[in-house]
Write a protein that binds this ligand. Structure first.
Ligand code: SF4
Length: 212
C-alpha cells in the first residue's frame, strides 16, 4: 500500500488511520520494487491510501512504482496496468455513510473510461455486503458494472474493524452469496468471487488467470 499509512478520507468501514499524512516518500517506488523482487512475486496488487492533499504527487509515485517493478521483476503481473481494480464498495444509497469522500457516478465513469481508453485492460470491482443494502440494490449495481464491461467482480461480507466503525446490518448466508454469484455471472462478468471472506485482493492471481 503506497503513499504512507494515513488516509485523507474517512470511509466508515475502513481501519486505515485517518488524518494529516506525512509528505510523500520519493524513495518508496524503489523499496516497493525491491520487496516485490525479493519475495519473488508473480502478481503484485499495488494500492494506496487516498492523498487528496497531493493527487498529482501520488499519481507520480504510482507510475514510478509500476516502472520500477517492471524493471526489477518483469515477469510479475501488476494489479494496476495489467488488472485495474476500483472498488464500488457499496450501493449508491449508502455512499454518504460508507464512502463519504467518493461519488458513485465517478466510480462508474472511471471503470467505463478504463475500458474505453484501453479495451484490452482487465477491469475489476468489488462490493461489501451487510451494510444495510438490499439484494435488489446489489443486483442493480452489478448491472451497472456489467454495462461498463467490468470483467471481474468480488463480493464479500463486511466485518466491523472496531466499535468506531459502521455496524454490521446483517450477515449473508452461503446461499445468498451463491445467489449473488449466479446473478452476476448471468449479467456477463467473466469471473466472480462471492463469499463471506472474499476481499478485492482475494485470490487475485487466480482471478486474473481465470479470464485469460
Ligand atoms: S479511501 Fe481507502 S484507505 Fe482511505 S479511508 Fe477510504 S477505504 Fe480507507
Amino acid at each position: 500500500m503506497l503513499l504512507g499509512d494515513i488516509c485523507t478520507r474517512r470511509c466508515g468501514f475502513c481501519a486505515v488511520p485517518k488524518g494529516r499524512p506525512q509528505p510523500l516518500d520519493l524513495d518508496e517506488p524503489r523499496r516497493v520494487a525491491e520487496a516485490v523482487a525479493t519475495l519473488g512475486l508473480k502478481h503484485a496488487v499495488i494500492t494506496s491510501v487516498n492523498r487528496d492533499d497531493d493527487n498529482l504527487g501520488g499519481a507520480r509515485i504510482f507510475a514510478e512504482t509500476i516502472r520500477e517493478v517492471r524493471h526489477v521483476a518483469p515477469d510479475c503481473r501488476v494489479e494496476v496496468p495489467d488488472v485495474l481494480n476500483h472498488n464500488t464498495e457499496s450501493v449508491p444509497r449508502l455512499y454518504r455513510a460508507v464512502r463519504s469522500g467518493a461519488r458513485y457516478e465517478r466510480t462508474l465513469r472511471l471503470l467505463d473510461n478504463a475500458k474505453k481508453f484501453s479495451p484490452g485492460m482487465v477491469t475489476k470491482s468489488g462490493l461489501m455486503v451487510g451494510l444495510g443494502e438490499t439484494m435488489t440494490e446489489l443486483v442493480d449495481v452489478f448491472r451497472e458494472l456489467a454495462v461498463r464491461q467490468v470483467d471481474i467482480l468480488t463480493v464479500g461480507q463486511y466485518l466491523r474493524p472496531s466499535r468506531d466503525h459502521l455496524p454490521i446490518a446483517r450477515f449473508y448466508t452461503p446461499e445468498e452469496f451463491h445467489y449473488l454469484k449466479e446473478e452476476a455471472m448471468r449479467l456477463g462478468f467473466r469471473h466472480v468471487e462471492s463469499g463471506p471472506l472474499v476481499r478485492s485482493s482475494y485470490h487475485a492471481h487466480e482471478q486474473a488467470d481465470g479470464i485469460r
